[in-house]
Write a protein that binds this ligand. Structure first.
Ligand code: ADP
Ligand code: MG
Length: 345
């Protein structure tokens, strides 16, 4: 980086800054990305969660300089993606949605090819390749042609290629699309390891709710090219309206609903038979106060349960749909199917 660029970027700056980013096709008829704004903090795992055709890949492709934006601003590592495309490309790693490895070459040769594209000296690239193959647990298979690899092995090889320059920021487009449960768990493990051991920032896209929930520090829900909401998984779940506490009481009278409703954090109370169904913002803090209140009236608690809202419910509340509903977007569905076919081969 030149000193002029360095002065504009320091350790506390967001590593990605996007404002009003747009990508349109067909002379503006299709707005694949329709004015998104967000920031990614250094060292976090940031996720774009949305269905096929939401605009996830298009956004990643603009941030990694593969696609020119139609309008808006995007900075990566303090660098404008349009004005400083070469520097941006050197500072980041990318694992694209589609599989790109050459099947006629071995795993090791594929990684060296990636290293050549980054202009790494051979002495470095051989060492990096060996380290990375170890990270993704492919050291034994590395001398085989990629055509003999399973889908899961290919995905892991793509991950190693994306890491060849040990980037500060790694983009992963649908890193586990179509993978079996075991390989998915392995990919999650590598992603967590990269954050922990290298303090790497990870920007990933997914349409798996449980993946976003389990991996991401913050999630942006994207739908039809728009960001619907950004927050931690907990913040997104909180939009559903808090936890639900069900308390059973031995005595059906008197009705304590009004007293329970006065407890801080409690937002709603309904009584059915001997059961109180209570909505609260922080269930684990509200529960003891509820029990104390019931006991102070000389009554007896027979059962208590606490249910947390799930990210599925939050998604439904925010978008009006479930993520599992079949998408009719042909273009994006075909592209996702292609990736899944390779993953399963
Ligand atoms: N080259 C293209 N030409 C026309 N439309 C495109 C092109 N690439 C993407 N799109 C459209 O842009 C939208 C977003 O696609 P994409 O970013 O691939 O979605 P996602 O990655 O979230 O599944 C979709 O409606 C898709 O049909
Ligand atoms: Mg995509």
């Amino acid at each position: 980086m030149t000193s002029e660029l360095e002065t504009r970027y320091n350790e506390s700056s967001p590593i990605v800054r996007v404002e009003g980013l747009v990508k349109s096709y067909d002379g503006g008829k299709t707005r694949a990305v329709d004015g998104v704004s967000f920031e990614v903090k250094q060292g976090e795992i940031f996720g774009f969660l949305g269905p096929n055709g939401a605009g996830k890949s298009t956004t990643i492709n603009m941030l990694t300089t593969l696609l020119p934006p139609t309008s808006g601003m995007a900075e990566v590592c303090g660098l404008d993606v349009h004005k400083h495309a070469n520097e941006v490309r050197r500072s980041v790693g990318v694992v694209p949605q589609d599989y790109t490895a050459d099947e006629d070459m071995t795993g090791f040769e594929n990684i060296l090819l990636c290293a050549d594209l980054y202009g790494l000296p051979r002495s470095d690239s051989t060492r990096h390749a060996q380290e990375l193959l170890q990270l993704v647990e492919l050291q034994d298979a590395a001398k085989r042609k990629v055509s003999t690899f399973s889908g899961g092995m290919r995905r892991r090889l793509e991950l190693a290629c994306g890491l060849i320059n040990y980037p500060r920021l790694l983009f992963l487009d649908e890193p586990t699309l179509g993978l079996d449960v075991q390989t998915r768990a392995a990919v999650w493990k590598y992603i967590r390891q990269l954050k922990k051991d290298y303090n790497m920032t990870l920007f990933l896209t997914t349409h798996y709710l449980e993946e976003a929930d389990s991996l991401c520090d913050r999630i942006a829900i994207i739908d039809h090219g728009h960001i619907v909401k950004i927050g931690t998984p907990e913040e997104l779940k909180a939009t559903v309206g808090g936890d639900v506490i069900v308390v059973g009481v031995k005595e059906s009278e008197p009705d304590l609903s009004a007293d329970i409703a006065k407890i801080g954090l409690v937002t709603a109370v309904t009584k059915t038979g001997n059961d109180y169904r209570i909505k609260a913002d922080a269930g684990e803090e509200a529960s003891p106060a509820i029990i104390d209140l019931i006991r102070s009236k000389g009554m007896h608690v027979t059962k208590i349960s606490l249910t947390r809202p799930t990210l599925d419910e939050a998604y439904l509340e925010l978008t009006g749909r479930t993520l599992r509903e079949e998408e009719t977007n042909r273009w994006a569905t075909m592209s996702a199917r292609r990736t899944m076919r390779t993953a399963r081969s």
